[in-house]
Design a protein around this ligand. Sequence first.
Ligand code: CP
Length: 312
Amino acid sequence: MSTSIRNLFSAKDISAELAHKIFKVARSLEVSLKNQTALSVLSGKTCVNLFFENSTRTRMSFELAIRKLGGNVLNFTAGSSSTQKGETLIDTAKNIEAMRPHALIVRHSSGGSPYVLSKYVSIPIVNAGDGFHQHPTQALLDAFTMLSHFGSLEGKKVLILGDIAHSRVARSNIDLLKTLGAKIIVCGPPTLMPPEPKALGVEVALRPEDVLSSVDVVMALRMQLERQNSMQIPSLGEYTAIWGLSVEREALLKNEAIILHPGPINRGVEISPEVADGRRSVILDQVFNGVLIRMAVLTWILKPEEFEKWAK
Ligand code: CP
């Protein structure tokens, strides 16, 4: 495998310098996206969305990002593919590579699968979410959204609330936000916490009420019932009563605090509809920023010289 290809497997791999370059390129692409201007930086390049799990935001924003940069995209959907006839992940990726695309964007339920695939194919791989493990472009778009509000994340306090144990969004955000100087607090039911949360370099709060008045950002996480072996909380109603981001809990926040959620939202479970649609919510800004960040990441991977010029 060529040593010069660029992959993005984990938010741990993103230095502060690279993150700020990606943010600068994303910012410079904002005008073209808002004006519906088509660019040609990925002209002649084809990317494959290799998604083995469902997705709305990530798959569509990668697709839009590729198209906006003038490239081509193929969408693989596991349910209608030959994986249904027993073809393995590795064989699937090798066969798709044989059609000569320029990059694979991979979502899979097994942590580490994008990295494993990189041992079998010779084109760049972007991790679009692997099991509980990582979702690096989500962390980038979340940090970019926070930076758009605060200018700097140095010393900012971010509360990640909910099902931390099963969340690749939480892990990726913890890694990147620490790199960017933020302080992270995690809070959720003890059964939905990783075994040693403090080992992640975060503070742990027992109840949202203990910290809501001191934080700048609340990131509410979806209850990931599909990743839980059995119901790890007594009931969704009790979860909502104790951990849900309700109107009453929102009222404890500082005036300038903002609320994020990676989506999809379970309205009325981890976040109330009034809060999700309220004045502090930047949830749809996250979605818009996801396109910009993915445009910047794909440029970094497939057109490094252009990326460096734009990042200056
Ligand atoms: N945030 C996120 O990954 O959403 P999708 O599952 O819809 O891609």
